[in-house]
Design a protein around this ligand. Sequence first.
Ligand SMILES: Cc1cc2nc3c(=O)[nH]c(=O)nc-3n(C[C@H](O)[C@H](O)[C@H](O)COP(=O)(O)O)c2cc1C
Length: 389
Amino acid sequence: MTFTFVTAGESHGPSLTIIVTGMPAGVMLDRDRINRDLARRQHGYGRGGRMKIEHDTIEITGGVRGGETLGSPIAMTIRNADYENWRGAMDVWSVDEAEAKKRRVHAPRPGHVDLIGGMKYNRRDLRDVLERASARETAARVAAGAIAKELLRAFGVEIRSGVISLGDAGDPEYSPTWDELTAVSDDSPFRAVRSSDEAQMTAAVDAARESGDTLGGTIVVAAHGAPVGLGSYVQWNEKLDGRIAQAILSIHAVKGIAIGDGIAGARRSGTEVHDAIYHSASRGYYRESNRAGGLEGGVTNGEDLVVRAFMKPISTTRRGVASVDIETREPHRSQWERSDITAVPACGVVCEAMIAVVLAGAMREKFGGDSLGEMSANHKAYSRGLDAY
Ligand SMILES: Cc1cc2nc3c(=O)[nH]c(=O)nc-3n(C[C@H](O)[C@H](O)[C@H](O)COP(=O)(O)O)c2cc1C
């Protein structure tokens, strides 16, 4: 079985629920590490007031005994502390009409799915749409990704991310090394790869706040230590680049992805772009550059897997955008409610989670097994074969 997850829960409902399947038995989980990832997602300059209310932690209710995975589905919840402020409007069984009216959304935000979700699911209060479409769901993804990271860690695979541009500050084409990514501080307000960009990023967010606007940016996420041969070129849906693209583009507000230097490479010649192959007795096959981002033909080549994610500006703007009131069908500025000005630093943590989930799935396909021991034995045998190649 491959590694995957499903989530449920509304942004201001009682909690988020996550079920992870495909985790082998025998992996010792580190609760603090999982909670640390949840906390990393909550940080960042430019976040709205919600993150001051929430202190996300995981509660595991299935699939784990004594900290060790059992091979069964892992069930988790993250409580929404803000639910206490929304109980009247969001209670599962009985909604207070006056509270619900106060929270009613009738002027859809362009760039969010408010209008289209209302039309598609026939909801007249657009809150019914935005509660699930909200990026609060990314906390659940980070929890699933943290479980995936625990599995990858057992095979020496690590994942890191950093912000390379925000608004017009920084450089979306900057290619950080692995060492630069590991040096990104979670205490930094932007999780910026180059701390020299931070002053400009702060100024950009302050200006956006001042003018009632929002900003997007660019993230680099990389995986180090992934074995050669994950994914396959033999069928379209086995190619790892396509699977990574689906996972990354499914993240709220991420509108573009590049594998390695993919976008910059489109303007260069082949001999400038492709990473020359070398061999030495001590290193085996290796490259001196990694513009391909660790993937050739949709298969990992042993170099760092490097992905660039491009996030659009947040669509809830204090200034509003021209829209229509769905009750009167008259022009109405899009409604504003407490919201982030930018969430690019947090989005990097979500990108890490989604890369972890895809890689954990690819590792499960390649090495199989029901327990970590069985999977590790298969991994060792394969690695011996690679060494002899
Ligand atoms: C970590 C994170 C936080 C976000 N916070 C907000 C927010 O506070 N307000 C908002 O309107 N959109 C926010 N978004 C983006 C929206 O959820 C997203 O634009 C919306 O669901 C529509 O989906 P789409 O942009 O992928 O088409 C956030 C996205 C991420 C990844």
